[in-house]
Design a protein around this ligand. Structure first.
Ligand code: UD1
Ligand code: PEP
Length: 438
């Protein structure tokens, strides 16, 4: 595959781009369609690889997926759901983290499910123990196999009371997608309440589910025997929006992100302002710009919502290499999300990573062998380099660094970026970036 981008950086990005539906919501809403007895329609769907992966898995199970790609509309008809052949399922191994969320819907529809090994970004160990514990508590039997898991529910699925050890996004979604049609009441404490989860709850409620969310991270679900399809417009991608905002800051540019919404980005906007970036919240999006002068160093800790989200961290770190003084970033969601800083150091950034919990509260990774705190000293000019994309957000961060660096950088493995950034090369072009693909 032609996977290399030559980026001629050093000039500010200027212009306007549009973000559509959130990667971390759209894929889950597609899985939810499996629970309905009638077809669903999802709008504002971006063209990203994860949507293709979930489409493939749904089709393997007999769901008809009609796409109006340019219009961003998916019609999902689950009338003929059937068991997929294990060998075909295996072909999807390592593609994304979404397959694990098929468990509840397939158990309700078919009584059993085969789930391939998961993919997703390698930013930590990413176990699925919470998912499997949840499924077992509903009454499912889980059999781990060489390539994935086989799961059955011979006695059906029954509501239960669960407390998560940590507010995991995926585990909360697992519980929701299983509880809505389980027999009886389910209560989840220490739930994750990311905006993408709340939008999934909107979808499930449209389908006929009964779900309440309390302010203390407790979610209650009354199971119902059947659900219908839904019509829904996906919330916009706040990670993509923040990534372009960070690109504006790192290149001293000015980017209007159409489709970006303020309520889901409060924590990012506060941090963006503290670093010295400016923004205007407009009717149809948010304009992010570097006002000139020095950027300021900050102390930052990633956290679950409503905190500063981990997926915003990597792009912002590139902008922090241009801030005056010492910035401290404590990553508390994943134990291994600073690998991408190696390449930044190679480009001239001064970044040290530490095992200690720096600049915030002690987290579950402290006193262990995880380099999960970073100290960034700036501003440092970045120089062009040859870099390899390590993961989705790390890859976009490398792209930002290449755009900020004087000279021509070679960025290899850019195919990974398509997993979460729709038409990113068209957008780079619209912003005046100079690059070529070989
Ligand atoms: C497709 C998708 O929506 N991905 C997002 C989702 O990932 P994902 O749902 O995988 O992330 P989680 O919130 O589950 O993970 C958070 C932490 O919990 C741990 N954990 C999770 C499950 C489990 O069974 N056991 C366990 O220990 C993980 O290793 C991690 O340290 O939420 C993350 C946190 O906002 C985001 O970074 C990802 O972009
Ligand atoms: C970590 C991410 O995604 P995934 O969970 O799909 O690997 C991400 O979107 O930054």
């Amino acid at each position: 595959m032609n996977d290399v981008l030559y980026v001629n950086g050093g000039a500010p990005l200027h212009g306007e781009i549009t973000v559509r539906g959130a990667k971390n919501f759209v894929s889950k809403a597609m899985v939810a369609a499996l629970l309905g007895e009638t077809p669903s329609e999802l709008r504002n769907v971006p063209v990203i690889r994860d949507v293709g992966v979930v489409t493939g898995l749904l089709e393997l199970h007999g769901v008809t997926v009609d796409a109006d790609v340019a219009g961003g509309v998916l019609r999902l008809d689950p009338s003929n759901v059937e068991s997929a052949h294990v060998a075909d399922i295996d072909a999807h191994a390592g593609s994304s983290r979404i397959p694990i969320l098929f468990c509840g819907p397939l158990l309700h529809r078919l009584g059993e499910a085969f789930i391939p090994d998961l993919g997703g970004c390698r930013i930590g160990d990413r176990p699925i123990n919470y998912h499997l514990d949840i499924l077992r508590q509903f009454g499912a039997e889980v059999d781990k196999r060489e390539q994935g898991i086989h799961i059955r529910a011979p006695r059906g699925l029954h509501g239960t009371k669960i407390t998560l050890p940590y507010p995991s996004v995926g585990a909360t979604e697992q519980l929701l997608l299983t509880a809505v049609r389980a027999e009886g009441i389910t209560e989840l404490s220490n739930a994750a309440i990311e905006p993408e989860i709340l939008d999934l709850i909107n979808v499930l409620q449209k389908m006929g589910a009964i779900i309440s969310v309390d302010t203390d991270r407790v979610i209650r679900i009354e199971g119902v025997p059947r659900l219908t399809g839904y019509r829904h417009t996906a919330l916009s991608d706040r990670i993509e929006a923040a990534s372009w905002a960070s690109a504006a800051l790192a290149t001293a540019g000015d980017i209007k992100v159409k489709g970006a919404t303020q309520p889901e980005m409060t924590a990012f906007l506060n941090t963006f302002r503290k670093v010295g970036g400016e923004f205007d919240v407009e009717e149809d999006g948010i304009r992010f710009f570097h006002p000139g002068g020095d950027l300021s160093s900050i102390v930052l800790e990633t956290d679950v919502h409503p905190g500063f989200m981990t997926d915003w961290q990597q792009p912002l770190v590139v902008a922090l290499t241009q801030a005056k003084g010492l910035s401290i970033v404590h990553e508390t969601v994943y134990e291994n999300r600073f690998g991408f800083t190696d390449a930044l150091r190679g480009m001239g950034a001064t970044i040290q990573v530490y095992r200690e919990c720096l600049g915030g509260h002690p987290c579950r990774f402290g006193q262990r062998n995880f380099y999960h705190s970073a100290v960034i000293s700036g501003p440092t000019p970045l120089a062009a380099a040859e870099i390899e994309v390590p993961d989705l957000r790390g890859g976009f961060s490398h792209l930002i660094a290449a755009l900020a660096a004087k000279g021509t950088s070679q960025v290899r493995g850019i195919g990974l970026i398509d997993r979460g950034y729709e038409h990113f090369m068209d957008k780079l072009e619209a912003l005046g970036a100079e690059f070529s693909r070989e």
